[in-house]
Write a protein that binds this ligand. Structure first.
Ligand code: ATP
Ligand code: MG
Length: 322
């Protein structure tokens, strides 16, 4: 059986560091590993419209922005096929047929749909298209006969729902569709990177992101204003590292070399965490270190923009309107 990857992103804004550690880095690794026969990377514009019906221009503009971020991260069009969802109308047709294989109550139980409805304050006004997007995602995955789908943790319930649709379809119509496997990042911290505001997920539609295309000085401003442990009021107070986004970002991004270069008084992350937890280590020191780590890791993604100090894209392109 051919080994095929299908994955993608909604063009609701520029891509952020959560995408990078949660999915993009893994895609680049899989692309270069050469184990897959075909790799499809979808810019899911039709899906993005399900909660942006009033902002078609935003979706249209971000199709190119997302494609640029793909290239900047090292996704190679010689090795992967990039595609725009709305340009394959058969996907919508397939979604229509799959709708008959799913109940309303099953979608209502999907934890990601539930939390996204809450985040967007939809309550009873949830658009039918948005409610059905797990079904359209199943159409995308199965139409390309994908065997593997590299995603962040928030997409696990979507993949489970897709696998159920595959089983129902095969039961009724005979063995036709392939049940895809999910590919999650191995590093626990990368499964669902929190927002800089401390919310549990960094998300384009939540306005709490550090974007891959961000200027160095803006990255620094965002890092220095990040939410940390609210009980760590003074430097000498004992602090918490577990749900502290600054430490979660360090888990996701920092490597031993970063300590040698930027914080040589510590042997590694465990020692830094231990110091923070017992008290005596200020947030500013940790944030400054995180800023150095992020600048180093993101530099190869936009070297030209960084060197020339290009002006940032207009806020409407970087911050998705809620
Ligand atoms: P939106 O808020 O518009 O839904 P998003 O930031 O959630 O945007 P998506 O385009 O929905 O981004 O997600 C694309 C991929 O990136 C998915 O595989 C998703 O799991 C992954 N991803 C998104 N946000 C994060 C995050 N904070 N941490 C890890 N992976 C993430
Ligand atoms: Mg999302």
């Amino acid at each position: 059986m051919k080994q095929i990857i299908l994955t993608g992103d909604r063009p609701t804004g520029r891509l952020h560091v959560g995408h990078y550690v949660g999915s993009l880095k893994e895609r680049v690794r899989l692309q270069n590993e050469g184990r897959y026969d075909e790799i499809y990377i979808m810019i899911a514009d039709a899906q993005a419209l399900t909660d942006n019906a009033e902002h078609p221009e935003k979706v249209r503009k971000n199709i190119l922005n997302v494609a640029l971020d793909y290239l900047a991260c090292g996704l190679d069009p010689e090795k992967c096929t990039f595609l725009i969802q709305s340009m394959v109308p058969e996907l919508t047709e397939l979604t229509f047929y799959y709708m008959n294989l799913v109940t309303v109550s099953r979608v209502q139980r999907n934890p990601t749909v539930k939390s996204e409805i809450q985040q967007r304050n939809f309550e009873a006004s949830v658009p039918v298209g948005f409610f059905c997007y797990p079904i359209s995602q199943a159409a995308d995955i199965t139409a390309f006969r994908a065997t593997a789908v590299p995603v962040g943790e928030d997409q696990l319930p979507m993949l489970e729902q897709c696998r159920e649709i595959v089983r129902s379809f095969n039961r009724v119509y005979g063995e036709t569709l392939i049940e895809p496997e999910v590919v999650l990042p191995k590093n626990q911290a990368c499964l669902r990177l929190p927002g800089i505001d401390g919310r549990e997920k960094m998300g384009k539609s939540l306005g709490n992101c550090i974007y891959l295309s961000e200027r160095p000085e803006d990255i620094k401003t965002k890092v220095m204003s990040m939410y940390t442990d609210p009980t760590h009021l003074r430097r000498e107070d004992p602090g918490h590292t577990k749900d502290n986004p600054v430490f979660i970002y360090l888990e996701a991004f920092c490597r031993p070399e970063h300590f040698a270069e930027f914080l040589p008084e510590y042997s590694g992350l465990d020692e830094l965490k231990a110091h923070y937890e017992r008290g005596g280590l200020g947030d500013v020191t940790v944030k400054k270190f995180l800023n150095h780590v992020l600048q180093t890791e993101l530099r190869p993604i936009h070297p030209a923009a960084r060197k020339r100090g290009k002006p940032p894209p207009p806020p409407s392109a970087t911050c998705a309107t809620p």
